[in-house]
Design a protein around this ligand. Sequence first.
Ligand SMILES: *[C@@H]1O[C@H](CO)[C@@H](O)[C@H](O)[C@H]1NC(C)=O
Ligand SMILES: *[C@@H]1O[C@H](CO)[C@@H](O)[C@H](O)[C@H]1NC(C)=O
Ligand SMILES: *[C@@H]1O[C@H](CO)[C@@H](O)[C@H](O)[C@H]1NC(C)=O
Length: 229
Amino acid sequence: MFPTDKVPSGTRTTFETRRTRKRLVQVAVTVSVVILLLSAVIGLVYGSFYLYRRYVKDANDQRESDEYLRKLVRQVNDSPETTWKAKFNKFGVKNRSYGFKYTRNQTAVEEYMEHIRKFFESDAMKRHLEELENYKDSDLPKDFDARLKWANCPSISNVPNQGGCGSCFAVAAAGVASDRACIHSNGTFKALLSEEDIIGCCSVCGNCYGGDPLKALTYWVNQGLVTGK
Ligand SMILES: *[C@@H]1O[C@H](CO)[C@@H](O)[C@H](O)[C@H]1NC(C)=O
Ligand SMILES: *[C@@H]1O[C@H](CO)[C@@H](O)[C@H](O)[C@H]1NC(C)=O
Ligand SMILES: *[C@@H]1O[C@H](CO)[C@@H](O)[C@H](O)[C@H]1NC(C)=O
């Protein structure tokens, strides 16, 4: 065999392979670009759809909340028995973005539950329940007003406004804590304890969409509460 016999055919093969490879690369690039473009279009459509749905949902929530509050206002003002006038309060609207972050820390939740269980099983609690069970109806007073009984504790007559934040658990627990601290100190401690401390800083108590007053009181016992309205 002469080397010259092979060289031309070899060169042609290499040339054809190169052309095929070039075409393959072109096809691959085109396919990739098409896929990329398609993904971008799908992403854009999906993103717009998601934003649109969120917008519609927010608008619906706002409308429902408004309608509910305006109905309440009409009910109060149309009743012949009411001695006061109600007015629509735009800040009374439930606001989805006003929810404080609520970290679900299972370890902490278990710690709190253990604390609550121990409290209910304590001797002091058992004595208290026994006392309540054995209390004679005839020993009950005809009327009882905590505001008069502990007149030097202003927190007892304080009516807080939780606004658009579904935080009854925190407002009630902070109220109980303030009242108890005042009564226990015989009116020396008069400050209001902070419900926002519970909503914002207790990792297991709850948020603006509800929570647990027992966990909030456990937070008060374990961590304490700062003062503030
Ligand atoms: C909801 O609360 C956020 C954050 O406080 C505020 O920026 C937004 O304007 C509020 N929206 C309404 C409808 O009140
Ligand atoms: C979860 O709670 C436990 C017990 O209170 C605490 O030690 C831990 O740091 C918390 N974890 C996080 C991520 O906050
Ligand atoms: C509690 O406070 C009231 C009013 O300040 C006072 O008259 C009373 O003696 C106090 N009681 C005790 C046990 O300190």
